[in-house]
Write a protein that binds this ligand. Structure first.
Ligand SMILES: Cc1cc2nc3c(=O)[nH]c(=O)nc-3n(C[C@H](O)[C@H](O)[C@H](O)COP(=O)(O)OP(=O)(O)OC[C@H]3O[C@@H](n4cnc5c(N)ncnc54)[C@H](O)[C@@H]3O)c2cc1C
Length: 338
């Protein structure tokens, strides 16, 4: 049964399962008494006798543990009554037993309705509960777009340097702003050769650097870089510092620093995929969520878009992926008929 149909079914079930508890009015009115209902076999109406037995035990416990003085339940479906049960007393002081015609004041029915609806959704595979400091929401489909945080090179006031365009992350986004400038492309040991070749299209003064750890650039890749006119510094850069509107990079204490107008940082991104992983979603070796053509992760009903998915780290890509996911989600929602 689909989530929504199940939810609707549950709500009508709750309407049918009239659970009367709490403070019965002790002067029970005797008006409008109907004859005792005829019970239909639970299985004939889609219920399990065995599971209903658990309900009886739970209700009786409420009374035995003195949480409630007495309870009346009526369970019905399709206009037929499955069962009627009466537990406990309607008046503790006099010891008068609860009767099927005891009249109750009813308060706050939203909680049981919402509570049961949530439990049904939770019971179903592929249902999610998102919790935050001020509340929680349950959904049968989730689109997660928690992005990632670029790893910044260690440089004083890195954020200001990013804002001023001295440190950049996305050549495809903004390399045109650094056209013809002295550019350094810094990574941790492994050169991003494709990124270097892309940047080379914007400047003739490009140097490939490695931060803090030895460079690992296979000879074949080094040849490609050199052939493209790209400089390679194999000594690890030990320190970066802002020098007015430039960045100085030291690879040796004895030598003067290399000076760049812009450093493109290719140090990686810490993806915020933990939430998705916590419900079982698969990630690749970089921690990016693995998705299908509709942006659905390996967990049914959980979709992902943006930087959290392997891709181009661009706003337009994130928005496009979100549109694909939203369309798939919409197509897979049960249709609403009112
Ligand atoms: C300096 C810089 C410049 C860039 N320039 C460009 C550019 O010019 N053009 C371009 O197309 N792209 C650019 N990008 C890339 C672009 O910003 C990203 O690709 C895009 O924002 C990704 O969108 P997203 O929704 O995946 O993630 P984000 O935009 O990072 O949004 C994720 C959101 O989820 C929130 N979040 C994370 N975890 C939780 C949680 N548990 N609960 C609640 N909220 C959570 C985060 O706080 C954040 O607000 C740039 C990126 C940087 C860093």
């Amino acid at each position: 049964m689909s989530n929504l149909r199940r939810l609707r079914y549950t709500l009508s079930l709750i309407a049918g399962l009239l659970l009367l508890t709490g403070a019965p009015q002790t002067h029970a009115q005797q008006a409008n008494l109907k004859p005792n209902v005829t019970e239909t076999k639970p299985e004939a109406l889609g219920f399990s006798s065995e599971r209903l037995q658990r309900l009886h035990v739970a209700m009786q416990q409420e009374v035995d543990q003195k949480h409630l003085p007495g309870i009346v339940t009526i369970l019905s479906r399709h206009g037929k009554v499955v069962e009627e049960r009466i537990y406990g007393k309607k008046d503790i002081a006099s010891g008068a037993p609860m009767t099927r015609d005891t009249i109750f004041r009813i308060f706050s029915m939203t909680k049981p309705v919402t509570g049961v609806a949530m439990m049904i959704l939770y019971e179903e595979g592929g249902s999610f509960i998102a919790t935050w400091t001020q509340g929680q929401v349950t959904a049968s489909k989730v689109l997660i777009a928690t992005g990632g945080l670029d790893v910044e090179p260690e440089i004083k006031d890195a954020r200001t340097a990013v804002r001023d365009g001295l440190i950049r992350h996305c050549p495809i986004c903004d390399a045109y702003e650094a056209t013809g400038k002295r550019i350094g492309l810094i990574s941790y040991g492994k050169c991003r050769t494709k990124e270097a070749l892309l940047l080379r299209g914007y400047t003739a003064d490009l140097t490939v650097l490695t931060l803090g750890r030895p460079a690992y650039i296979p000879e074949e890749e080094q040849r490609v870089l050199v052939d493209a006119g790209i400089n390679i510094v194999l000594h690890p850069i030990s320190r970066l510092a802002r020098d007015k509107n430039q960045v100085a990079a030291w690879y040796s204490d004895e030598e003067p620093p290399l000076i760049f107008d812009t450093i493109y940082s290719a140090l990686g991104m810490n993806l915020r995929s933990q939430l998705a992983v916590s419900v079982g979603a698969k990630v690749d070796e970089d921690g990016a969520l693995v998705v299908d053509l509709h942006q659905q992760t390996s967990v049914a009903g959980l979709y992902a878009a943006g930087d959290i998915v392997r891709g181009l780290s661009q706003v337009s890509v994130a928005a496009g992926q979100a549109a694909i996911a939203a369309t798939a989600i919409n197509a897979n929602l049960p249709s609403l008929r009112y």
